[in-house]
Design a binder for this molecule. Structure first.
Ligand code: ATP
Ligand code: MG
Length: 210
C-alpha cells in the first residue's frame, strides 16, 4: 500500500494505543519513526482503560499509566496524550478509541500505529472491518514477532523500525527483581516507578497521589 498523501487542510494524526504499564523506549522509537516516515503532525498516545485481553487487576491503575505516559512524551512537541480510553467505562476496544478521536478531531486523518504482535491479532478485534475505514494502519517491526498485514485488510503499511528488545512485561519483572530499568524507560519514568513503588509486589500498587 502506498503512503496516503497529505490532503489540504487536514492534520495527520498518529495514534499510539497501549497499556503503557510502563511506557518504554520501544513505544517512543516506534512513534517517532512512524511520525518521520509518514509526515505526521502529531502522535497522540492513548493509554488503555481496561484492556479487554488482560485480566482484571493485572494492570496498574490508569492514573499511574497516564502520568508515566505524560512524563515520557512531555519533551517532544509533536507527542500528546489522550484520556479518551481511561475515561470511557468498560473494556477498551480500539474501534471506540478511533471513533472518539475522529469525533474530537474531525480535521484529522488518523494513522493507527501497532507493533507486529498486535498487528497479528487485529482481525480478532471487535469491529475489525470498520477499523480500516476509521484509520490508516501502520505496523512496525518488533523483535521476536513476524510482521505482516492482516488477511483482507486494506490501507495497511509496514515499517521497519530500530529493533528495541524491550517490553513492559520485562520492565515490570526487572523492577520486581530489583534490577535496573535505566535506559529502557525514560529517566522520569524510572523515578516515577520508584516514587510510587510500582511493580515491587505481586499486586498492582495504589492510585497516584493517594
Ligand atoms: P506488555 O508486555 O505489558 O504487553 P508491551 O511492551 O507489549 O507491554 P504495550 O503497551 O502492550 O507494550 O504495547 C503498545 C503498542 O506498542 C503495541 O502496538 C505494541 O506492539 C507496541 N510495542 C511495544 N513494545 C514495542 C517494541 N519494543 N517495538 C515495537 N513496538 C512495540
Ligand atoms: Mg503488549
Amino acid at each position: 500500500t502506498a503512503v496516503p498523501p497529505r490532503r489540504p487542510g487536514r492534520t495527520r494524526l498518529g495514534v499510539m494505543g497501549g497499556t503503557f504499564d510502563p511506557i518504554h523506549h520501544g513505544h517512543l522509537v516506534a512513534a517517532s519513526e512512524v511520525a518521520g516516515e509518514f509526515d505526521l503532525d502529531e502522535v497522540v498516545f492513548v493509554p488503555t482503560g481496561h484492556p479487554w485481553q488482560k485480566a482484571a487487576g493485572a494492570v496498574s491503575p490508569a492514573e499511574h499509566r497516564y502520568l508515566m505516559t505524560v512524563i515520557a512524551t512531555a519533551s517532544n512537541p509533536r507527542f500528546t496524550v489522550s484520556r479518551v480510553d481511561i475515561e470511557r467505562n468498560g473494556p477498551t476496544f480500539t474501534v471506540d478509541t478511533l471513533r472518539d478521536l475522529k469525533r474530537q478531531r474531525p480535521e484529522a486523518d488518523l494513522f493507527f500505529i501497532t507493533g507486529a504482535d498486535v498487528m497479528a491479532e487485529i482481525l480478532t478485534w471487535k469491529g475489525a472491518q470498520e477499523l480500516w475505514e476509521l484509520a490508516h494502519f501502520v505496523g512496525v517491526t518488533r523483535p521476536g514477532h513476524d510482521l505482516a498485514a492482516p488477511v483482507g485488510s486494506s490501507g495497511v503499511n509496514l515499517l521497519e523500525v530500530p529493533a528495541m528488545a524491550i517490553s513492559s512485561t520485562d520492565c515490570r519483572a526487572r523492577v520486581a527483581q530489583h534490577k535496573p530499568v535505566w535506559y529502557l524507560v525514560p529517566d522520569g519514568v524510572v523515578q516515577y516507578i520508584n516514587k510510587y513503588g510500582l511493580y515491587l509486589g505481586p499486586e498492582p500498587s495504589a492510585e497516584a497521589g493517594h
